[in-house]
Design a protein around this ligand. Structure first.
Ligand SMILES: [Zn+2]
Length: 412
């Protein structure tokens, strides 16, 4: 059976028919619909000779034995957000099935080939993303927090997982799944506008952004809006407003994909008759290079202090969350670039803003790379998410070439 990329498009539509409704995809992890999707995937892999296994974190593995125990992994996630798109996550596993069929048809591969459907990538029900992949990567360190999480109906996370055969206390045993992993490949829709704006169907992902998130609080003095002259005010909102404009300049000056976002400002007392006393700003900064990210943060902090001085207010920073940039493997990036050029003529290298399961695998020390396929209008996590069928087909071809090249290189 030669590679048939158009079958992937047809199968994705079939999955959408089976697990979506008029509002979009409904394959939220740890639900009956998600279980139906896993059952569907099982049916698709049937006939390739790959064995299925659900690991202690709920990840679904299909293993095609090769001449060696060392394994090439191809991964994705069939779960979606509520009212999600038809491609986010599902493209990766469905394309992976097509590649698995082609490899099985060619005879025993030099390495073992494993397709993994990671459990709960989206974190849509309990607000914690990358559940299955972080367990397998050994980086899941927040069990206590996970135990206390409840969904919108008050169901606790451990109970929901148990209904699907997963014991949270044993989830980290999934770690042994990566023991023989020699490389990890993941195809994903871009979920952003870059490739479309460049008129490129496919791109190689260099890694995932490091992120710095802070709560920045400006403090001034509440004072009557009518009786306080303009030059006597200590207006905390002026600090927030100036900083918001400054972080855009910092991102622009830094370049290389730098992004800075003030995602929200809460002002107090927040009434029309008072100067703002406190302005709490949510700041998110991202870059692919750790040192550059650190200097962006430093610039924003220094700017905030200057602004505070100019406005006679105080400023305080509190870190909410951060993560280091995660870089993908240089050799695999080259192979991915070659594969894309062969099927599409041109290739582009870009960082990923969102985190993906691939970041967890890379963090565990497994050489990793991702391919992005163009997203129309850059939309995702909505039923409007879309990619041209011809681009989906190219992406299946590129993943297949990449898998073949990686296998050849690892077999040397
Ligand atoms: Zn995804």
């Amino acid at each position: 059976m030669p590679l048939d990329p158009s079958r992937t498009v047809a199968e994705l539509r079939e999955l959408q028919e089976l697990t979506g409704d008029e509002n979009g995809a409904q394959r939220v992890a740890w639900t009956d619909t998600w279980e139906r999707a896993r059952e569907w995937l099982r049916g698709k892999v049937d006939g390739t000779g790959a064995d299925e296994e659900i690991d202690p974190a709920g990840n679904q593995w299909f293993t095609l034995r090769g001449a060696s125990e060392r394994a090439l992994l191809i991964g994705g996630h069939i779960d979606s957000v509520p009212n999600g798109g038809w491609l986010d996550g599902a493209l990766n596993v469905t394309a992976g099935v097509e590649v698995l069929r082609r490899i099985a048809e060619d005879g025993t591969p030099p390495l073992t080939v494993r397709l993994v459907n990671w459990a709960d990538e989206e974190g849509a029900r309990f607000g914690r993303s990358l559940v299955g992949s972080s367990a397998a990567a050994g980086s899941m360190a927040d069990q206590d927090e996970l135990r206390s999480k409840v969904d919108a109906n008050g169901i606790a996370l451990p109970d929901a997982l148990a209904e699907h055969g997963v014991d949270l206390d044993r989830a980290l045993e999934a770690r042994s799944q990566l023991d023989n992993a020699a490389a990890y490949l993941e195809l994903h829709i871009e979920q952003g506008p870059v490739l479309e704006s460049m008129d490129m169907p496919l791109g190689v992902v260099l890694g995932t952004f490091g992120v710095e998130r802070h709560l920045v609080t400006f403090r001034g003095q509440a004072a009557h809006a009518g009786s306080t002259p303009m030059d006597k005010r200590r207006d905390a909102l002026a600090g927030a407003a100036k900083l918001e404009l400054e972080i855009r300049e910092i991102a622009k000056r830094t370049g290389g994909g730098a992004v800075c976002t003030m995602g929200g400002v809460v002002t107090k007392p927040g009434i029309v008759t008072s100067v703002v006393e406190t302005a709490e700003c949510l700041l998110d900064q991202r870059h692919l290079d750790a040192a550059t990210l650190a200097s962006m943060l430093d610039e924003a902090q220094r700017a905030s202090q200057q602004i505070a001085q100019d406005e006679s207010i105080d400023v305080e920073w509190e870190r909410i969350w951060n993560i280091q940039p995660i870089l993908f493997d240089d050799e695999l990036i080259e192979l991915a670039d070659e594969s894309i050029r062969e099927v599409a003529g041109t290739s582009h290298r870009l960082p990923s803003g969102p985190l993906h399961d691939a970041a967890e695998v890379a963090r565990a020390g497994i050489p990793t790379v991702m391919l992005f396929v163009q997203s129309l209008r850059g939309l995702s996590h909505t039923k409007l998410e879309d990619t041209k069928p011809e681009h989906i087909e190219l992406s299946v071809q590129a993943l297949d070439r990449l898998a073949a090249k990686t296998l050849a290189q690892l077999a040397e």
